[in-house]
Design a protein around this ligand. Structure first.
Ligand code: PGA
Length: 247
């Protein structure tokens, strides 16, 4: 899943779309490709014939409609058949002060409108240094997701993104990644049951690149990646997609 954040002019976005569509034959059929572009570009990117990607919003409001200037809602996404939305990206938590309590409401808003939340969690550097990374992530899961029914939880995509690895070029080691992904899966099993936790997809994010993606995706509990910087270039993004193929 590519997360473009607040990057690309409209022209650059369209160049990317043409570029990736031209190379659609190189995209393995067993990998699901999603792109979260800036909200303005969702509509034009949705109009492409037989897109190789599914679209996601980078954020959405907890409300369905109303006087919330600047927001886009899960009801709007539903009305455009946009099936995914990132919820709780660390940049939203840091710069827009989103709390787990608010994120729980956004998750509910998504479910009200058939939008699949891609819930982001992850610790800051100081939390890892103080060995509080597991408790931090557990707290995030508990407060934002544990009120869901197991059948809802099965649909949620979890993205583990250690904040210290986002946009820094410092990628977590495969041991650190696998350890945390296994922890997330076990925690979900403890609360929702094995049948649910085994089907939840857990993505890793934080400086994923063509040079490290294969190794990361080979980890047992890693089901894919949430890719920022490297999703902006067609060539890099396609290489990452290819490395997620099991065939
Ligand atoms: P990055 O961003 O790949 O540029 O580190 C990942 C993300 O924030 O989703």
């Amino acid at each position: 899943m590519g997360n473009w954040k607040m990057n690309k002019t409209f022209e650059e976005a369209m160049e990317f779309v043409v570029g990736i569509q031209d190379r659609s034959a190189e995209i393995p059929t067993d990998v699901e490709v999603m792109i979260a572009p800036p909200a303005l570009y969702i509509a034009p990117m949705e109009m492409i014939k037989e897109p190789v990607y599914q679209l996601a919003a980078q954020n959405c409001s907890q409300h369905s409609y109303g006087a919330f200037t600047g927001e886009i809602s899960p009801a709007m996404l539903e009305s455009m058949s946009i099936r995914y939305a990132l919820v709780g990206h660390s940049e939203r938590r840091t710069y827009f002060h989103e709390t787990d309590e608010l994120l729980a409401k956004k998750i509910d808003g998504c479910f009200l409108h058939q939008v699949v939340p891609v819930f982001c969690c992850g610790e800051r550097l100081e939390e890892r240094k103080e060995k509080r990374h597991f408790i931090t992530v557990l707290h995030q899961l508990e407060h934002a997701l544990y009120h869901l029914k197991p059948e809802q939880m099965q649909k949620v995509i979890v993205a583990y993104e250690p904040v210290w690895a986002i946009g820094t070029g410092i990628v977590a080691s495969t041991e650190q990644v696998q350890e945390m992904h296994a922890f997330v899966r076990t925690s979900l099993a403890d609360h929702f049951g094995e049948a649910t936790s085994s089907v939840v997809r857990i993505l890793y994010g934080g400086s994923v690149s063509p040079s490290n993606s294969a190794e990361l995706f080979a980890c047992e509990d890693v089901d894919g990646g949430l890719v920022g910087g490297a999703s902006l270039k067609v060539r890099d993004f396609i290489q990452i997609i290819q490395s997620a193929s099991k065939s």
